[in-house]
Design a protein around this ligand. Structure first.
Ligand code: AKB
Length: 313
């Protein structure tokens, strides 16, 4: 049975991944961690306060719980990273190096979330290939390119079993994202149900790669459970599900909530979105370890609205 540490577990991805991992491996085998003291937590669930920029605390937790797998989700996202570039570099690069060093020392398997943010203005925007120009214009993107290269280096040089996906914008209802450029695609659902109106921070024609959380969780578990011989890419795999514009998302929500209106007030995040691809080619992930997405835009919108109404989040 695996002993798993999830860093940054209170974030959007962590909130769902921890539930899925606990279902698979048991509550007491999945240790959550983050910088804040937990607000909730009961029974046999374990939470450790951890700042990933502090290597000794990470090592102590790995040793104390005899961890063999780390899902390293702690990180500063694209929009926040432009406001706090030093912190973005510190958390994203030093945090990852500490995890990779711990992996080398304690023989851990590691998951590292990369992003479509590794791409930039000179990357082909349509059917972005696995291997192509990576010229990110954000500090976040720079840390993800560097992070991918670090993962590749630790895999080749030290045999660390690190696996990574270039995640698109993730849509989910359990926890709100924070500090990302694709956050509008989640905020819009909450606004549609509560205020019936939303002011979107990117233009209507802005088309980005997106994915529903259940698909993202299946992708993460899929790559981590794949036979090591199937993993031919140790930087990070392109991963895709759907691509839609802000206006197409609004129109799909309006098929369920006709009274919903959206206004557009692009801010600094528009330039970040414009620097990213619209449609990603993830053929390599599909061929190597059998990746397949399940949710299209219509299914995402239907499920999100239903879940938010039911859970009252
Ligand atoms: C962000 O918008 O910063 C993230 C990402 C695409 O990596 N959601």
């Amino acid at each position: 049975m695996h002993k798993i540490l999830v860093t940054g577990s209170g974030g959007q991805l962590g909130s769902d991944l921890v539930v899925a991992l606990r279902r698979l491996y048991g509550v007491s085998n999945v240790i959550e961690s983050g910088r804040r003291v937990p607000l909730k937590g009961s029974g046999s669930s374990i939470y450790e306060t951890l700042d990933v920029t502090q290597r000794p605390s990470l090592d102590a937790i790995v040793e104390r719980h005899q961890i063999d797998t780390v899902y390293h989700l702690a990180g500063v996202l694209s929009a926040k990273g432009e406001q706090q570039p030093d912190r973005c570099w510190d958390v994203n690069i030093n945090g990852l190096r500490h995890v990779l060093e711990a992996a080398k020392t304690f023989k851990l398997q590691v998951f590292f979330p990369s992003s479509i943010a590794v791409f930039g203005p000179h990357t082909p925007k349509l059917d972005t290939p696995q291997i192509t120009i990576e010229d990110p214009s954000t500090m976040y993107g720079i840390t993800k390119v560097t992070g991918e290269l670090l993962c590749h280096y630790y895999a080749q040089r030290f045999g660390v079993d690190v696996r990574s996906l270039r995640l698109p914008g993730i849509i989910s209802y359990r926890a709100l994202p924070g500090g990302g450029t694709t956050d509008f695609a989640v905020e819009i659902f909450h606004a549609a149900l509560k205020a019936k109106t939303y002011t979107c921070f990117v233009r209507p024609e802005t088309r980005l790669p997106m994915m529903y959380m259940p698909d993202a969780i299946r992708a993460i578990l899929g790559i981590m459970q794949a036979d090591p011989s199937a993993i031919t890419i140790r930087t990070s795999y392109n991963l895709a599900a759907v691509s839609f514009s802000a206006a197409e998302l609004v129109a799909e929500i309006q098929t369920h909530l006709p009274q919903f209106t959206c206004h557009y007030a692009p801010d600094f995040r528009q330039a970040i979105a414009d620097s990213w691809p619209s449609v990603i080619d993830d053929a390599k992930a599909r061929a190597d370890w059998g990746w397949q997405h399940q949710y299209d835009l219509a299914a995402i919108v239907e499920d999100m609205l239903e879940a938010l109404k039911t859970t009252g989040v």
